[in-house]
Design a protein around this ligand. Structure first.
Ligand SMILES: Cc1cc2nc3c(=O)[nH]c(=O)nc-3n(C[C@H](O)[C@H](O)[C@H](O)COP(=O)(O)O)c2cc1C
Length: 151
């Protein structure tokens, strides 16, 4: 991990992505930042599904709270999200448009039910970092995290 400083950023609706992100932050000995929507998503699955679809279809940028001080100090940014409508939630794009990740390694992971690793193309549309393809993060272990991130 010499000369590498990790920041793990995640959005999670029901906790799966959070669990993986916490594991990654521990293995990388880095900082963890949760993307928290200004307007929380309904805890009711169907209502959340409908809002997420509307946001997806309109290419929305939902607002989030909090901020990261001096993002320039991090060499490696890990970004995690649940798959929503076959890609990343729009709020991930909100984050990426707020912070310029040019020159940084950007590692993506997602948790999902059946879709697999998706969202990389949408991230690449707005992120100037060196974006690696998303991986499935449902069952990450310390060893698989180390191998993935080259630690
Ligand atoms: C709005 C919404 C849309 C979803 N769309 C998909 C999908 O397209 N493909 C998929 O495999 N899972 C989909 N899921 C399931 C989540 O990706 C999966 O349960 C994920 O692990 C949840 O992560 P979380 O607990 O961090 O929110 C969706 C869930 C929600 C709430």
């Amino acid at each position: 991990m010499q000369n590498r400083k990790f920041l793990t950023v995640y959005f999670s609706w029901s906790g799966h992505t959070r669990k993986a992100a916490e594991k990654i932050a521990a293995v990388t000995e880095g900082r963890l930042f949760e993307i928290t929507p200004e307007e929380p998503y309904s805890k009711l699955y169907h209502a959340c599904l409908i809002r997420a679809k509307k946001e997806h279809d309109s290419d929305a940028r939902p607002a989030f709270t909090g901020s990261i001080e001096e993002i320039s100090q991090y060499s490696d940014i890990v970004i995690g999200y649940p798959v929503w409508w076959y890609t990343c939630p729009q709020i991930i794009l909100s984050f990426l448009e707020k912070y310029d990740l040019a020159g940084k390694n950007v590692y993506l992971f997602n948790t999902h039910v059946h879709t697999g690793a998706v969202g990389t193309d949408d991230v690449k549309r707005v992120c100037r970092g060196n974006v690696h393809d998303s991986i499935v993060g449902n069952h990450l272990t310390e060893d698989s995290i180390r191998e993935w991130l080259g630690l």
